[in-house]
Each structure stands twice: as structure tokens, then as C-alpha cells.
Design a protein around this ligand. Structure first.
Ligand code: OGA
Ligand code: MN
Length: 213
């Protein structure tokens, strides 16, 4: 299964599928690069500025009373607040439907609540693999409010590294090898580089949809 041949992706007309949003670190084998590229897709401008505003306005009341958590040194995520949301307004519902249709082979069989992760400008997501007990083969994330760099590092082979540029308003789909064989992380503000290009990290909200195991 090649994600770039997914019929939904080929049919998609609004956003463009980006193949050049990968930065390959020196020493990463060609085979691993191909594994990542066929299991990770990024859609530039998947949503419009207006849709981003609608989503943020709808999310804001759910997170604004929560404090960013920096507490636990062993946590995978630092400087974040999060919530789950399963009901959406008629403005935002169609956006989530578009995300589901393009991301999942079976868009009817998903974890019902959408995960909202709000990362402060100082926040960082450390390397981890999402639990295989709670989440299936595909993770789909909408990126709001800030550009960011996601780093994929091969599990148990940490000189195999691919960075992915996730621009604000992009959608990414991580599945199969990228999801199971690589850790993923979001670089913190000091190390937020895509190659030699500094990517300014501001407050970043991600809207993440997962399927069940
Ligand atoms: C997670 C995660 C990535 C993102 O919550 O497990 O990896 O784009 N999030 O916020
Ligand atoms: Mn994760």
C-alpha cells in the first residue's frame, strides 16, 4: 500500500500533496527514506485561513481555562494543554469530514473524539510512538496557528532521521512504517530547524484524528 496512490489522495483537488517537505539527515539509508515517504503525506494549505479561524474559535473556549503543563520530566509532551472533542458546529464539521475522508481507508471506523493538543510557544513533543494498544495504523493531524518541524527517527536505529516541515494549515497523515517503526517529535523553539532554515515556533494547536487498533 502506497499512501501516494490512495484513491482519495489522488482525487483530492483543493490542497496539493507535497513530496518535498522532507529533510533527510546525512547517513539515512535510501530504503528508509522511501519507507517514510510512502507512509507519510503532507498537504499544504489543506484548510483556508477562514477555516483555521473557525476551528480555533471553536476550540478556544475548551482550552482557555486549562493551564499549560510543564510538570513531569518523564512525560512525552511538555508545555501543553489538551482536550477531546466529539461534537462540532456546522461550520467546522465539514472540515473534519474532509480530514477523515482523505486520511482513512475506513472513515466510518474512527476513534469518536478528536484529540486537541495545544502546545505553548515553549512547548515540545519529545520522541515517542503512539500506543499500539489505544490507536490504530493511521494518525491524521491538522496543524493550526504555527509552522513546526516534526522529526521521525527510526526506532532502535537513531542515526536514521527524516524531518518533515509542517506548515500552519497543513494536514499530515502518518501511517504504517512512519507510525510504527519511527518515533515522532515536534522540535522545540530553540532547535526548530528544517535543514538550515529556522522555523519559528509559536503557539501551535493540532487537531488529531486516530483510528482504533
Ligand atoms: C501526539 C502527537 C503530534 C502533533 O499527541 O501523540 O504526536 O502534531 N502529536 O501534535
Ligand atoms: Mn504522537
Amino acid at each position: 500500500f502506497n499512501i501516494h496512490n490512495h484513491h482519495c489522495i489522488r482525487k483530492y483537488e483543493n490542497g496539493t500533496l507535497q513530496e518535498n517537505f522532507f529533510y533527510i539527515h546525512d547517513g539515512t539509508n535510501e530504503v528508509n527514506v522511501l519507507d517514510v515517504k510512502r507512509s507519510f503525506a503532507v498537504f499544504h494549505n489543506f484548510i483556508s485561513e477562514e477555516e483555521e479561524t473557525n476551528l480555533t474559535n471553536e476550540i478556544e473556549p475548551h482550552v482557555k481555562r486549562l493551564k499549560y503543563e510543564f510538570n513531569h520530566w518523564d512525560d512525552a509532551i511538555h508545555g501543553y494543554r489538551e482536550t477531546e472533542k466529539s461534537k462540532w458546529s456546522t461550520k467546522c464539521f465539514p472540515i473534519l469530514e474532509r480530514v477523515k475522508k482523505i486520511s482513512f481507508e475506513d472513515s466510518e471506523n474512527l476513534i469518536p473524539h478528536v484529540h486537541i493538543l495545544d502546545l505553548s510557544p515553549d512547548g515540545v513533543i519529545k520522541p515517542h510512538i503512539d500506543s499500539i494498544r489505544f490507536c490504530g495504523d493511521t494518525i491524521s493531524g491538522l496543524c493550526l496557528l504555527s509552522d513546526a518541524v516534526m522529526r521521525l527517527v527510526k526506532d532502535q536505529e537513531n542515526n536514521q532521521v527524516v524531518d518533515v516541515l509542517l506548515p500552519r494549515r497543513a494536514l499530515y497523515i502518518m501511517k504504517d512504517d512512519s507510525r510504527y517503526k519511527y518515533t515522532h517529535e515536534i522540535l522545540g523553539k530553540e532547535s526548530s530547524y528544517f535543514g538550515s532554515l529556522f522555523i519559528k515556533r509559536e503557539r501551535r494547536v493540532s487537531v488529531i484524528i486516530r483510528n482504533p487498533p
